[in-house]
Write a protein that binds this ligand. Structure first.
Ligand code: C2E
Ligand code: MG
Ligand code: MG
Ligand code: MG
Length: 278
């Protein structure tokens, strides 16, 4: 009986794997076509600077509405794009569109910064990095107005080529943020190995704060270490007034989340910036 069950599990596993591969191939094909058909666009989520009460930057987030009108989550399509290599085209689109939009934001009188997500696979070659820098300058955006968000696993991996590219970008004034801090094998120790400007603490880190005393203590410890290393902390996924007040009390540097604003299309962002009052 055990043998039969084992075999059945085996078949089941293969079916599931095949289904998953087919689904990913289908998404890849639709993404490639969707890029040509302009189905992708960006939204921007405001980030508040607690020290001034102003919106000092926004995170660019990719959106995909396919030809049938369905929204597909980046959590679903980004991993597929990373696996198939389409992330290079997608990432190029994201940077270009963000620069076009940011030239508008700056011309509208808001000299704020924009934060852009980069996948590990996009940091494979120096040529891309150089292309990004010329794209940024072509749109008249100072490099210092751009932050690239990368995940902590990349920094810990010790991948020399990628780290070298990050060093180069940073030497040119681009800022670096570690995204989703606290979700991986977070070791505060590796922060001293690599120069970063920001840590973005994942929303799971604060999900039960301020009621959960362990989360509050961890936040406090992290803020102290970051301060000693001269790294700014951005809290992600701030949804409640209690979280907001806790962060302010603990002297966190920046916050981002639905409590402040959801990610907005450019025209709504401009209106939000105009109306923002702390
Ligand atoms: P992320 O970079 O950590 O982005 C933050 C995510 O949290 C976004 O999800 C945002 O919409 C969501 N969020 C913001 N505030 C709140 C809140 O208060 N509560 C909750 N529950 N969620 C909040 P989104 O837009 O679905 O993006 C998911 C992930 O996809 C991003 O996580 C990022 O890793 C990736 N991604 C998005 N755009 C890009 C891109 O242009 N390039 C790359 N490589 N990855 C991207
Ligand atoms: Mg991010
Ligand atoms: Mg994040
Ligand atoms: Mg996150």
């Amino acid at each position: 009986a055990a043998k039969t069950a084992g075999r059945r599990t085996h078949y089941f596993f293969n079916d599931e794997l095949r289904e998953q591969t087919e689904r990913q191939n289908a998404i890849h094909k639709r993404m490639r076509e969707g890029l040509k058909r302009h189905e992708f666009y960006l939204v921007y989520q405001p980030i508040i600077d607690f020290s001034t009460g102003k919106i000092s930057k926004c995170e660019a987030l990719l959106r995909w509405q396919d030809e049938d009108g369905n929204m597909i989550s980046p959590a679903e399509f980004i991993p597929v794009a990373e696996r198939t290599g389409l992330i290079h085209e997608l990432g190029q689109f994201v940077l270009e569109q963000a620069c076009v939009d940011w030239a508008v934001v700056h011309k509208s009188g808001y000299p704020i910064e924009v934060s852009i997500n980069r996948s590990e696979r996009e940091l494979n070659d120096m040529e891309s990095a150089k292309r990004w820098l010329s794209c940024i300058s072509q749109h008249g955006i100072p490099n210092t107005s751009i932050t690239f968000e990368i995940t902590e696993s990349l920094l810990m991996s010790n991948k020399q080529r990628q780290l070298q590219i990050l060093h180069y970008l940073r030497s040119q004034g681009v800022q670096l943020a570690i995204d989703d801090f606290g979700t991986g094998y977070s070791s505060i120790n590796y922060l001293q190995r690599y120069p970063v400007d920001y840590i973005k603490i994942d929303r799971s880190f604060l999900s039960q704060a301020p009621q959960n005393k362990v989360q509050v203590a961890l936040l406090d410890a992290l803020l102290q270490v970051a301060r000693a290393l001269d790294i700014n902390v951005i809290a992600e996924g701030v949804e409640t007034r209690q979280q907001w007040e806790l962060l302010q009390r603990q002297r966190c540097d920046f916050a981002q989340g639905y409590f402040i604003s959801e990610p907005l299309p450019l025209n709504e962002l401009l209106k939000f910036l105009k109306d923002w009052q702390f």
